[in-house]
Every structure is written in structure tokens, then in C-alpha cells.
Design a protein around this ligand. Structure first.
Ligand code: ADP
Ligand code: MG
Length: 347
């Protein structure tokens, strides 16, 4: 329920806080009408807004694509690719191109983040009850035993054929919504839409600019007060994807809070100094993979990755209430919180 509430408020942030600046467009573009569509899929409230005459058809096509991806990627649906992989007992499984693309990306990002992203954590996530909502703190011995089978390099993929050793199971929850956002954008563009914005839980993705040529304004939640906004970022044609410790969590009897992003190093909720990671870039799939991975990797890990690959921007919030953002978004980032914000130095 908590997740659903936050997801819905992200929708409002993503869609309502839209106004803008720059670039003139024709009057006919400016007067374009918009249509919206709500979809509940992938355990998330999704809201889409598209402008133009074809908006209704485009939204229906995008909705179909979301439902198709949910069918393929769900870890609990017995006909999904992921279910088949997880119940294959070591045999080869033929998967869709979508599933293969995401698995390949997960392996690549696992490599690039020193294993911070690991899709084989699924049995550990199940033990914590994050998959069912029946939360519990696993015992040390149980975690140790389960971690023996956590290693994304054991995932074999060749074209559209996947195999896993027995006892290894995967889940693509860390990347699926980012890929879905990319596919929605492709579907919209294919249906003649040049201006659209979608919010899939904490993920906002925009196609083009607003019809008047101005940038979309997207709010990022304050992780310490998730019903308020922390900053506004202006974007066009980009994904803004956040992973935070406030998105899905439980509080134990002793008051300790445990969240759904786990550190593959020890199987516990990742606690490496960051409470929220927002990744801004061209590709939703990459941004989603990175938001989860960098939440695990922490500030130093994020900075290290940025140095080797400056193709994305970041907004990090540390557990001591500071905001760090990349130089690349300095002109389109507005801090509306009481926290101090500073640029991440790469020197
Ligand atoms: P959300 O899906 O809540 O927006 P994320 O994109 O960060 O947030 O994905 C979190 C999900 O990824 C978890 O619910 C879990 O299924 C999975 N997960 C958790 N920790 C990891 C990890 N270190 N590597 C890969 N997947 C993870
Ligand atoms: Mg993610």
C-alpha cells in the first residue's frame, strides 16, 4: 500500500508539474489536446499522457505493450519467461527478445558496477518477504546459504536462449520498468506522437518536449518526506529514474527499517550512505539498472562510474541529508528542499 501511495504521488509530480521555457513551436502544436491513461501493471500505478490527434490510439497501443511486457517479465506469472527460467532445472529456455535484451543489460551493468546489480538475488529477496509482503528478517545461516547461489555470472545467455544452474533464480525488477518506459516511448513515436510523458512509479520518461516546445518539469521526491518534492528537473526526451529506500520497506518490532534494495555482498538492505539515487539519461533501461546499482554502490561507487562513463546525470541523497548532483544538470536542476545541494566533483 505504501508503495502504491508513493507511486501515485510520483504520477502527480511527473505530470502536473509541467510548464516551461524556450524553443518556439507552431500555434497548431501548442493547441494540441492531450489524453491520459492509467494502468496498474508490474505492481505499480502507471500514468501516461500523450498529445496530438492520435493520442487515444497511441495510449491504447502503449497499454497493450505494457501488458505484454508484464506477461513476459513477471516473476510470479507461470507463463512468463522469468518463471520458465526460474523453474527450468538447468535446462535451456527460449525467451522473447525483450527478456534477452534486459538480461544482457543486467549482466553488463553487473560487470560495470562490480556486482552491485545482481539479478540472481531473487531467492534472498523472497526470504526477506519482499516478493510477497510477508516480511521477515532472515537468519545469518539462511542468508549465507542463499548467497552461495547469488552470482549473475552464472546466467548463461546465447541469443534468445537462457540457462541457469539449479538453485539459481533471477528477477528483473530492477530493470523492467526502465525498459517498459523505453518501449512505451517507441510505441508512441510509432503511432505519430511527438510529445508524451509517462510516470511508472518512481520512473518518469518523456518523449520530446511539451507541445509548446518547453521542457517537462519533473519532481523528485524527498526521501526523508516522500509526500513532498525535493527538487525539480527540466528535461526533454529523457528518463528520470529513482531508486530509494522509502519505496518499499518494512519496520521490524525493534523499530529497525529494512528496504527492498539488497547488497549482494551480504544479502542485507544496501546501506552504503545513500537513501535515494536518481539517474537521468537517454535510455530508461540503463537508467533503471544504474539507479538500483548505484544505490548499492554508494557515493564513491557512483562517482567512479561517472568518471568512466559521463553519459548520464545523477541526483544522489545521502543519509546525512545532503544532495549531490552532476554538473550536466546544473542548469535544469532546482533544489526546493531545505537540504544543501552541491555538484559532484569529478576531479
Ligand atoms: P523500484 O522497482 O522499486 O522502482 P528499483 O528499480 O531500484 O526500484 O528495483 C528494485 C527491485 O530490484 C527490488 O524490488 C528487487 O526486485 C530487485 N533488487 C533489489 N536489490 C537488487 C540488486 N542489488 N540487484 C538487482 N536487483 C535488485
Ligand atoms: Mg532500478
Amino acid at each position: 500500500m505504501i508503495k502504491k501511495m508513493f507511486a501515485l504521488s510520483t504520477v502527480l509530480s511527473g505530470i502536473l508539474l509541467i510548464s516551461g521555457c524556450s524553443q518556439k513551436k507552431e500555434a497548431s502544436d501548442i493547441n494540441m489536446t492531450s489524453q491520459t491513461r492509467d494502468v496498474f501493471a508490474m505492481d505499480t500505478f502507471m500514468n501516461m499522457k500523450a498529445y496530438g490527434q492520435n493520442a487515444d490510439i497511441a495510449l491504447s497501443e502503449a497499454e497493450k505493450r505494457i501488458l505484454q511486457l508484464e506477461e513476459e517479465l513477471s516473476v510470479t506469472n507461470e507463463t512468463s519467461d522469468i518463471w520458465k527460467i526460474d523453474h527450468s532445472d538447468g535446462k535451456l529456455v527460449e525467451v522473447s527478445d525483450d527478456t534477452a535484451i534486459i538480461i544482457n543489460k543486467a549482466i553488463e551493468m553487473g560487470d560495470r558496477t562490480g556486482g552491485a546489480l545482481d539479478i540472481t538475488l531473487y531467492p534472498v529477496l523472497k526470504e526477506w518477504g519482499f516478493t510477497t509482503g510477508d516480511h521477515k528478517i532472515p537468519g545469518e545461516q539462511t542468508l549465507k546459504r542463499l548467497l552461495e547461489n547469488v552470482d549473475y555470472s552464472k546466467v548463461n545467455i546465447d541469443g534468445d536462449t537462457v540457462s541457469l544452474p539449479e538453485d539459481v533464480e533471477i528477477d528483473l525488477g530492477a530493470l523492467a520498468k526502465g525498459y517498459t518506459g523505453d518501449e512505451i516511448m517507441k510505441s508512441m513515436a510509432g503511432n505519430g506522437i511527438s510529445s508524451a510523458i509517462v510516470s511508472l512509479g518512481g520512473n518518469v520518461q518523456a518523449l520530446g518536449t511539451k507541445p509548446d516546445g518547453s521542457n517537462w518539469k519533473v519532481a523528485v521526491r524527498d526521501p526523508f518526506a516522500p509526500d513532498t518534492d525535493m527538487c525539480i528537473i527540466e528535461i526533454a526526451d529523457k528518463a528520470v529514474i529513482t531508486s530509494g529506500n522509502y519505496e518499499r520497506y518494512f519496520t521490524a518490532d525493534d523499530g529497525s527499517v529494512y528496504w527492498h534494495i539488497l547488497d549482494p555482498a551480504d544479502g542485507y538492505p544496501a546501506d552504503n550512505g545513500l537513501v535515494s539515487v536518481t539517474v537521468i539519461g537517454d535510455c530508461g533501461l540503463d537508467c533503471d539498472a544504474l539507479s538500483t546499482a548505484l544505490f548499492v554502490a554508494g557515493y564513491d561507487g557512483a562517482r567512479k562510474l561517472l568518471k568512466s562513463d559521463p553519459s548520464f546525470d545523477l541526483i544522489l541523497v545521502s543519509d546525512d541529508h545532503r544532495i549531490y548532483y552532476t554538473e550536466g544538470i546544473a542548469d535544469c536542476f532546482t533544489n526546493i528542499s531545505s537540504m544543501e545541494a552541491e555538484v559532484i566533483s569529478l576531479d
